[in-house]
Design a protein around this ligand. Structure first.
Ligand SMILES: Cc1cc2nc3c(=O)[nH]c(=O)nc-3n(C[C@H](O)[C@H](O)[C@H](O)COP(=O)(O)OP(=O)(O)OC[C@H]3O[C@@H](n4cnc5c(N)ncnc54)[C@H](O)[C@@H]3O)c2cc1C
Length: 422
């Protein structure tokens, strides 16, 4: 691992949350010479960052709210095999978020959000190159690209505008002929559908291991680990004071809030709540699928991904809106598996495990990577939604620059905490 710059070890930074975002922040901060303590109630990478689809989805730059999206939502909601679910008992509490989601769908907001997302995506691979090489984890990455599939030409034509935007932003895509598809993924059957090759995508074959290796690299260079839950954070002229559920108190010079979907619980103590919600996703991990895929396959029609991983085939997806503490509904994970079998007729569903995670989703689809509006020693890194795995290393670098009082490598104005009140 890269050695630390010992010039700044007088400054102590606490990172709350050990998902991909917190771990990348911690690693970068330690590399820059800060004394770092990471606090989480679960081990690094055991929350949402554990079970994602593993894709570095660099060309997915368009936001989830766009002009006309509200006309499509009822169709998704009333299709029992569709990708979107709402727990209606939790819906009243979600109305403010949905209101802001709808407001984010104007043409002007859409263009803003696309540009802001693309700026982060453009950095993603370079920043992964650096962190994977420094933490000796490049064996967890596959650079082969990914394939998006549509069940019909009509479905693809409906989305062609997204590809025009990707192209304008410099991302490559190519429709595959049936012959090419047969060679690349002989196990796949899409009938009269369309397959698109995204050459710039990469994927991780074990996302949880990736996070724990990055966190371990921080700890092996002197970073500290505390397994506990933060209950309160106070900021004053003297610094940061953190209390944990087990009764510990930690004092530091700065704090980074990287608590994923739970970040509002801390943000509201220091500043105020933002339109962040938990957009749940599920996976079924098939330990013995009986087939081997060379690429992640994204069903764009049905909203899920099939990714070949070290431990088998992961079928991941679904967008379920529910309260943070609502019980998982694993019928979603079972549905994903049945849908995967439609595309992969020879898929054997043996040794299957099921999982649910909570994507930290901002109403405008753009993460918060920012200094606090009110406290100079409080920093926020959350709300990466569907792309936290992709954007972890870039977020870690930006946060480290901010904590060090340096100008980040990219313009970060669009990711500011205060943007919903400007
Ligand atoms: C089904 C699914 C598929 C996905 N596929 C992809 C993909 O292919 N590519 C991609 O880029 N992204 C993907 N994502 C999104 C990605 O997984 C998330 O954006 C990312 O994991 C968020 O990381 P995080 O570190 O912000 O949150 P988390 O991993 O949830 O980490 C936050 C941590 O904060 C801790 N925490 C919370 N509150 C406190 C507290 N008070 N004190 C201490 N610790 C606290 C939690 O315990 C947790 O460990 C997917 C998500 C899902 C659900």
């Amino acid at each position: 691992m890269t050695s630390v710059n010992t010039g700044r070890t007088d400054q102590h930074v606490v990172v709350i949350g050990a998902g991909i975002i917190g771990s990348c922040c911690a690693w970068n901060l330690r590399k820059s010479g800060f004394e770092v303590t990471v606090v989480d109630s679960v081990m690094p990478g055991q929350s949402t960052s554990y079970g994602n689809a593993g894709c570095l989805s660099t060309s997915h730059v368009t936001p989830f709210s766009y002009p006309g999206v509200t006309r499509e939502i009822p169709g998704w909601l009333f299709d029992p095999s569709g990708p979107l679910f709402i727990r209606w008992s939790d819906f009243p509490a979600l109305i403010p978020w949905f209101w802001k989601f709808w407001r984010a769908g104007t043409k002007k907001q859409f263009d803003w959000s696309t540009a802001a997302q693309a700026r982060l995506m453009k950095q993603a691979i370079d920043d992964y190159d650096e962190i994977l090489s420094a933490t000796r984890t490049d064996n967890l990455r596959n650079k082969r690209g990914a394939i998006s599939i549509y069940d019909s030409r009509q479905e693809f034509d409906k989305e062609i505008w997204k590809y025009e935007i990707k192209e304008a932003m410099g991302f490559d895509w190519q429709i595959l002929s049936q012959g090419e598809l047969n060679i690349m993924v002989p196990e796949l059957d899409i009938g009269d559908g369309v397959a698109v090759y995204n050459s710039d995508w990469q994927f991780m074959v074990d996302p949880a291991r990736l996070v724990s290796r990055i966190a371990d690299a921080c700890f092996s260079q002197g970073g500290h680990w505390l397994q506990d839950r933060v209950s309160s954070v106070e900021s004053s002229q003297q610094g940061i004071s953190i209390s944990t559920e087990s009764g510990q108190r930690i004092h530091s010079d700065a704090v980074v809030v990287a608590a994923g979907a739970w970040s509002n619980q801390i943000a509201q103590q220091l500043d105020y709540k933002l339109p962040l919600t938990a957009k749940r996703g599920y996976h079924s991990m098939v330990g013995a699928p009986g087939i081997e895929l060379g690429y992640p396959l994204l069903s764009m029609t049905r909203g899920f991904v099939m990714t070949p991983m070290t431990d088998g085939l992961r079928v991941a997806g679904t967008a379920e809106f529910a309260a943070l503490d609502a019980e998982p509904d694993y019928t979603r994970a079972k549905l994903l598996l049945r849908q995967a079998q439609d595309y992969l007729p020879n898929l054997r569903c043996e040794n299957v495990s099921e999982w649910m995670g909570q994507r930290p989703m901002m109403a405008d689809s753009i993460p918060v990577i920012s200094r606090s509006p009110a406290h100079k020693n409080v920093f926020y890194a959350f709300g990466h939604g569907h792309y936290g795995l992709t954007q972890g290393p870039t977020t870690g670098k930006i946060i480290t620059s901010l904590v060090a009082g340096q100008e980040p490598a990219i313009d970060i104005h669009d990711y500011r905490f205060a943007r919903f009140r400007d």
